[in-house]
Design a protein around this ligand. Structure first.
Ligand SMILES: Cc1cc2nc3c(=O)[nH]c(=O)nc-3n(C[C@H](O)[C@H](O)[C@H](O)COP(=O)(O)OP(=O)(O)OC[C@H]3O[C@@H](n4cnc5c(N)ncnc54)[C@H](O)[C@@H]3O)c2cc1C
Length: 379
């Protein structure tokens, strides 16, 4: 068994770390406090080839393994959850379904821009009444001649206000249950595609989250992604990939919490010595270090399984569950180590404390992951 990253992967990892220290760390708090989409950073990452590093070269990608993308997501998460989340989202929930299910014309239209960090995509699945229970969605797409007419409301849609393209899901045949759901690629500006409520959030505040409303939204039938009736499968497949991304992002955030805890505990003097010399603090830090290693192995394992072309759905759920809960556990500890300084606005620990919560909810809650894992072990 080989746990060693390739030289190229190590280099990419250290380049992204340097990039994050230079361009992201200085603005991460401001991205959070102003709820600002870090578009300039994503574009820069695109210029460096980091948005599409695992896409095929024919679409402007780097042709690397999926694991390499996840290493980038992790390193970004160590500095800024928003940037990491948007990096992972772009690959998992937009690039992956297009790459896997789109026809050649659709791929040529969208993939190079995604790889360059110039095309922003949104994944529109969740509805006000259909979160974990995706199949209870009510958005419909009715075929009339060579067009579909979409009606319905999607909620919590990341990037909706900025998206060039929506990967949207609607029932073409409700009577068929999940097998009657279809996926569409809908460009921005399509009449009838409107924005609804915009949400202010507790964490990952730089990502933009809104409702999307389809009101007699007419799209040509070549907007279909994959075949009619494949929508549910496409959505689940995208979420499987996205979950590894959330796991990598969470590992990065946990590492960021450890970085902060080490730095602060060595500097902070109480009772005439650094708090790092107190065994209670050392145990917090030791537990963090162990959990982070375990988290990293789990997400890398899931990514590696995907790279082998093997089924990776359960491995992705295990990684997402463990890594997100690991990050949440240790963000709490990082705030504890920083004491009052961790509780006040502006500390990295405080930001991670709020940011990590998304990892336990988005792209399937921890309970949803446990349902998938339990289903796989109890069958
Ligand atoms: C910041 C943010 C960004 C998002 N971006 C997107 C996006 O871009 N596109 C998109 O489509 N969606 C997006 N989502 C939606 C996200 O995927 C959902 O919030 C998530 O799947 C949970 O759905 P819900 O919020 O409706 O919660 P619900 O499904 O209503 O769940 C509420 C609670 O009940 C629990 N629960 C539900 N069913 C069960 C069960 N059977 N057994 C045990 N417990 C259960 C859940 O685990 C949770 O604790 C985003 C969400 C957030 C917060």
């Amino acid at each position: 068994m080989d746990f060693k990253l390739s030289e190229e992967q190590e280099l990419i990892r250290s380049n992204v770390r340097e990039f994050a220290l230079k361009y992201i760390e200085p603005v991460a708090a401001e991205i959070d406090s102003n709820s600002r989409q870090p578009s300039e950073i994503l574009e820069k990452l695109g210029e460096l080839g980091m948005m599409g590093i695992s896409y095929p070269t024919q679409y402007g990608g780097g042709g690397a393994e999926f694991l390499t993308t996840m290493l980038v997501t992790e390193e970004l998460g160590r500095s800024c959850a928003t940037t990491s989340f948007l990096h992972s989202y772009s690959y998992g929930l937009v690039g992956h379904p297009i790459l896997t299910y789109a026809n050649e014309e659709q791929k040529e239209r969208w993939m190079p821009g995604l790889a360059a960090g110039q095309v922003v995509g949104a994944f529109a699945l969740t509805e006000p009444g259909a979160g974990t229970d995706v199949s209870s969605a009510t958005t419909t797409a009715v075929k009339k001649g060579d067009e579909y007419i979409l009606n319905g409301t999607k909620t919590f849609i990341t990037n909706a206000i900025l998206a060039d393209v929506f990967v949207a899901f609607a029932y073409t045949d409700r009577s068929a249950g999940p097998k009657g759901m279809s996926a569409f690629l809908i460009p921005k500006g399509t009449p009838g595609l409107e924005l609804g409520q915009h949400f202010e959030k507790m964490g990952v505040r730089g990502s933009q989250t809104s409702e999307v409303v389809f009101k007699d939204c007419v799209v040509p039938d070549d907007s279909l992604l994959g075949q009619e009736g494949q929508g549910f499968k496409i959505a689940m497949s995208a979420l499987d990939v996205g979950r590894i991304g959330i796991a990598a992002m969470s590992t990065g955030m946990a590492q960021g919490c450890l970085d902060e805890s080490i730095k602060y505990s060595k500097e902070r003097v109480q009772f005439k010595k650094p708090i790092a010399s107190q065994q209670a603090i050392q145990w917090f830090i030791a537990n963090m270090a162990v959990d982070i290693d375990a988290a990293r192995f789990l997400y890398m394992n899931a990514a590696w399984i995907k790279d082998q072309g093997w089924p990776f759905s359960v491995a992705a759920s295990k990684a997402k569950l463990f890594c997100s809960e690991c990050a949440a556990r240790h963000a709490t500890k990082a705030v504890q180590i920083l004491g009052g300084y961790g509780f006040v606005k502006g500390s990295r620990a405080e930001r991670f404390y709020r940011d990590v919560k998304l990892a336990e909810i988005g792209e399937g809650t921890s309970e949803a992951q446990r349902m998938i894992i339990a289903g796989s072990v109890l069958r």
